[in-house]
Every structure is written in C-alpha cells, then in structure tokens.
Design a binder for this molecule. Sequence first.
Ligand code: ADP
Ligand code: MG
Length: 604
Amino acid sequence: MPAPTALPIWKIHTDILRTLQGGNRLVLVAPTGSGKTTQVPQMLLDAGVAGDKMIVVLQPRRVAARTVAARVASERGGKLGAEVGYQIRFDDHTSVGTRICFVTEGILLRWLQDDRSLSKIGAVVFDEFHERNLLSDVALALVKDLQQSQRPDLVMLVMSATLDAEPVAAYLNQCPILVSEGQSFPVEVGYLPVPDQRPFTVQAAEAVERILYEGEPGDILVFMPGRGEINGTLDALRGLRTQERVACIPLHGELEPQEQDRAFAPNSLRKVIVATNVAETSITIDGIRHVVDSGVARVARYDAERGIGTLLLEPISRASADQRKGRAGRTAPGTCHRLWTSIGHQTREERNTPEIQRSDLAEVVLLLHSLGIQEAATFDWLDKPDPQAVVRAEKLLTMLGALHEGRAELTPVGRQMLRLPMHPRYSRMVIEASQRGCVPDAALCAALVSGRDLLARLDRDDAQMKGLREMFEDSGDSDFITLMRAYDFAKENGFSFERCRSHGINAQVARQVEQTCQQILHAAQQQRLYDRDGGTTAKGDEALLRCLMAGFVDQLAKRRVPGKPECDLTEQRQGQLVRESVVQEAAFFVAGICLIRKTSVWPR
Ligand code: ADP
Ligand code: MG
C-alpha cells in the first residue's frame, strides 16, 4: 500500500491549512479517491485547527462512517473508538479521548439539542455534500447560524467530489474554494442498444459475464438500488457459465460489519462487488476496473397518498452516473456498462434534486421548533424548501399533538417525541403505547410500516395463497394485526425463506422488521418509556388500535356507503380502501398502511 501522504489531496495540504488558519470556512472539491475523507480530518488534527476540541466529520451513510473511521484509526495506528471513532444511530464507538469523530448527520443534530453551542466541537466537516441530504442541509444551516452567533471560532469545511462549489461558497458568505484535480484514467462507456425489459438483476449478471468473457483484468463493481436487488443479482451471478471463478461480495448498510469489510479486503479471486450507491462516492474500493450500472437508486420522496416519507426506485441523474463511471478509472483505464440506452441517458436529470425540496419535513420541522426556529420556510437555507411542505409538516405535528395549536410551540409530548430517533408518527405511537402498556406491539407496528412490504400482493386468482393468508387474518379490526400475525409466523419459523415464501411473506423484510423493532424498543427503554424487564401483560388489540390512531390521526377516514371501499379523509381528500383490507365493516377507520388508493391533492 502506498503511503497515504502520496494521495493527491496532500498536494494542496498547505493551502487547506492556510485557509483554515486564516479563516473559518472552506469549500473543498477533489475527485473521489483523492483522500478527502481519510486525510483531511487528520491534517486538521495534526495542525491543531480545532484546538483541543473535537473534529466532527458528517457522513450521509452509516456504512461509510464506520468503514472510514476504521481506516483512519488504523492509519494512525490506534484502536477504533480511541483517538478516532464513529457514532451512528444505535451504535457509538467513541470515548472521552476521541478527537476525530465520523457521524451521520442525525447524530450531530441530536448533539445540537443537548448542547446548543456545540462547545466540545472545534471543526465540522460536511463530507459528500453533493448528496444534498435533507439532514446535511439542515446541519449546514444550523452550524452556519451557530458560527455567526456564538461560535466564530468554529471551523466549517464542506467537501465533495462533484459539488457545484460556487453556490455553497456564496451561501457561506463567499468563502474560499479549493479545487484539487486528482488523476483519473479514461473509461469506455457502453449503453444498451435497445431498452431491455428483463429484471436489471439478470441484465447486470449478464454484463458481468461479458466482462469476464472478454478477459480484461480488474475487479467489477455493480450498482444496485438496495439489498433486495443486490441479493437478486448475487443469485443471478450464481447461474453464470464462466470459466473463471470469482468472489461475489455484497455491500450495503444492513450487513454486519465483518461482512462489509469483505469488499475492502484483498482477495485471491477477482472480486465482483454488488453495492448500493454507498460505493458511488462515499467509499473507495481499490482495484475496480469495471462498473456495471443499473441506473436506479432508492430516493426519499414524500408520498402524498400515504401521507408519509417513502423510498422510491428512480433513475439516477447524469451526475450520479458519471460518478459511478469514474469508479472504474481510478488506477487504470476501465469500462462502464450502463443498463439503459444512450437516448434514455439524455432524458435523465442533470443533477439530483436536493432532498429538502422533495421529502417529508415533519421530523426536521419538529427539530427546528425545538431549537427555537419557528419559521422553517424562511430560515437561511442553501435551497429553500417548498413552503407548502413546511405547512404540511406543521399541520401534521399539530395533529400529532407535538405543537400547540396556533402557537407553533412544542408541547411536552413534542419534547418526548424529539428524543426518539424516528419519524414523528412512530414516536407518537410509541409514546401513546407507553401510556397504554403496549410498547412492544406499537414498536412492531412502527417497524412493519417503516420498511418494505412484508406481504406479497396477491393475484386475484391465487386461491391457494389466499387460503394460507387467511391464517393471519384472525381479526377484522386492522390490517396491522394481520401483518403482526404474519411476522409472528415468520419469526416462529426462524425466518425460513421457504416457509415464509410459501405463505407469501418476504423473509428478508421480516428479519429487518425484527431488527428495527428491537432498535425502537431500545430507544424507548433509554427514554424510560418502556421497561424491558418489567414483564408484559397482554393488553389486547384495543390499546394498540388507539396507538395506531394517535400516529395516523391525520389519516382518519369515513366510509361513504356501508360495505363500500370509497371514503372521505381529512383535508377534503378522498380515497379508496384497497380490496385486500380486512377492515370491511367499520364506518370510521385510520388509513395507516398503503390502504388508500386514488386520493385528491393535499393540501388543497
Ligand atoms: P475521497 O474521500 O477523496 O473519496 P478517501 O479518503 O475515502 O478519498 O480514500 C483515499 C484512498 O484511501 C482510497 O483511494 C483508498 O486507496 C484508500 N482507502 C480509503 N478507505 C479505505 C479502506 N476502508 N480500506 C482500504 N483502503 C482505503
Ligand atoms: Mg470521501
């Protein structure tokens, strides 16, 4: 391994330090792999830029925070969690002596709630800023505000591989910009000649097969939107007919740390790494010469039908596609195989839209109110959110009982909600459950709605599956109860893939639900909303239904005609209960899960 000081970023080492010793802001643009994330925090530490305070590096992704912290700790010859540490939701590897700390944005925002002046922090590095996550925009605005008021000594450094630096520098009162060119090699790009309707997991496996067949050396990186598609691709790769043996390795945020490390570890076989867009710019795996790009990613959007933030599968922008391509040309010329046509490429967006302009703002608006910022729409943002989205968020928070009606101030329940790291709907449910003694059930429901669908959609004529499904439908009160029974079934069967599939249950989702539920319970316990050792008594469904109503109070529906699916919702919306619902009788109900189809616009 070459010495880290050979990385391109070291060429502008003096400029970086000079700028930050003379001023308190800098925007730094350098290509992926130049050493921004691993080297710059060390430069700041060694030059004493943060004094005796901590350097915090914000990372949009948990996998990146963890792996990069481990890398930097090992470069400095220390143990992870000592001088160099990381903290992500539910996982804290820091100690009193930690000087460089990699954290996800949510963590910094929590620290801000506990200590408004961030008194132990000397520098905040906003890494991967081009991703323009909602929380990184929020963090940037709040830290800027803090720096201009109480903490002029606080250093702010914004880093990115592809950032359009000018607007950010302008936002930071025309702060200096440093650009490092780095080095890269040409990458030959191939498109599909015509659109291919088959699953992209299968197409990707075929592209890998072609690369292997052509015999060009080098590891292969495949981009997929998420865990399900990654596993699908790995399955398809197992069916390949190739001479060469390869090591197929998944990489995404839900793997255990040791499994994540496999992607970085040297391998005697050629590696085929199938990753989410964590490998787009956040982390660098050496040795990649070929990229296969599905061209899609899961993107956070506000789902007006469900009244909730959700992840949608969407085409990536041209800027993202170029970053992915660049991963093949870091150390030698490479190839990039795009699973879309060159005409399709032209119709893609040029850049990603900042998340603040497209996503659910309820959690952020709650946070801002807790910090005394009541005018979220006109706050000093880099890009302003849609004022309607702010109104919608405030309305929801008021209905959930987190804000005082008309006063835009946090209620005691709002303060409690703030302490739970989840969407306000779910924190409201958990708080309600703590009063009604059914926290485990409410946590399970929150876990069931916050991820992908546990139950497969049934075909109209799938009578056999319908029969099996009825096993879970032992209550006409709520579809949540059906989901809970299905989950219990999966758990009792050890999340067996076969057993689950035969009943139309997605075993992977069930496993994820288990994890999320445990995390919610852990958070509830920390906030003394629940005592794991206190013993539980069966509370019956009534208590749980009350909690669901508390969390989805804005989704109250009234059936128009008894027995018919058409209904009126709050805010003059209309909808239709899906036919799979077990709730066939109730005149009033709460549309918590994806039960409503066809809705009019909200708000009007
Ligand atoms: P940037 O942030 O500019 O994209 P990084 O600081 O992440 O660059 O990476 C710089 C170099 O450090 C990479 O090119 C790679 O060679 C090496 N590196 C980074 N992380 C790891 C890791 N976890 N394991 C091995 N090498 C790594
Ligand atoms: Mg980086």
